[in-house]
Design a protein around this ligand. Structure first.
Ligand code: DAO
Ligand code: DAO
Ligand code: DAO
Length: 207
């Protein structure tokens, strides 16, 4: 078994496990963005990690009587993966070398803001979003090859680290869920990455 997985289009590689071996890589993908509808840029490659023991615990507690082959297509199970207190990390590796923090704020408000509205219902998130994106300071530099880890810690605490240095932490089940939905939800950034992730989750559950 190889100990890294390479995202094919960018050549960026992801370690098979992180967090001292507890979180395993279950899928890799690519976040693209179209600029003014003219051209597509590759913004970052990403790796999706989850704690296998947490996944097995969820399956044992709620889905023990469902065959592993049916888990990946079960909407309640996929929703639970995003909602439950399962340790996960989405690791981003920046591909687009000209990314500035202002564009990150704008993209975050767009993509994550959209999910906060979807899952938060009537909650007025504009101030919350504003306060969260204000944590992305202009002095942060994220050149090509930078690594950003977004980790859900126990208790639905979202931790963000750039190059291994923690830059912010916020306890919010809704925010964790909204971010994971971008990668694992029904309209993911990369469909193949989501498929691989769910296949691998099902194979963990089967062991
Ligand atoms: O410079 O106008 C530009 C292009 C910016 C593309 C922004 C996409 C940002 C995606 C979020 C990155 C999160 C690290
Ligand atoms: O790709 O649209 C998207 C969502 C990306 C979420 C990025 C969060 C980045 C947080 C850290 C930025 C620090 C500069
Ligand atoms: O879960 O109650 C909720 C709403 C969460 C919205 C998330 C926005 C993040 C706000 C963080 C502020 C950090 C200073």
């Amino acid at each position: 078994e190889s100990n890294v997985v390479v995202e094919p289009k960018t050549g960026f590689s992801f370690p098979a496990t992180i967090g001292g071996g507890s979180r395993r890589l279950l899928g890799v993908g690519l976040r693209k963005k179209s600029l003014l509808g003219l051209k597509n840029i590759d913004v970052y490659a990403f790796g999706m990690y989850a704690d296998c023991d947490d996944v097995k615990k969820l399956v044992g507690e709620k889905y023990a009587n469902l065959p592993a082959s049916e888990l990946r297509g079960n909407k309640a199970f996929v929703d639970d993966l995003m909602d439950a207190d399962i340790k996960m990390t989405i690791r981003l590796q920046i591909v687009y070398g000209k990314l500035n923090i202002r564009s990150v704020r704008t993209a975050f408000k767009d993509s994550v803001g959209n999910r906060l509205k979807k899952f938060g219902g009537l909650l007025d998130n504009d101030d919350l979003l504003q306060s969260f994106t204000s944590l992305f300071k202009d002095e942060y530099k994220i050149p090509r090859n930078s690594t950003i880890d977004m980790t859900r810690e126990p208790g639905h605490v979202l931790n963000v680290a750039i190059e291994g240095n923690q830059v912010g932490s916020v306890k919010s089940k809704l925010l964790c869920r909204s971010i994971l939905d971008l990668y694992i939800g029904e309209e993911p950034f990369d469909k193949n990455a989501r498929e691989d992730f769910l296949d691998n989750v099902a194979s963990i559950a089967a062991v």
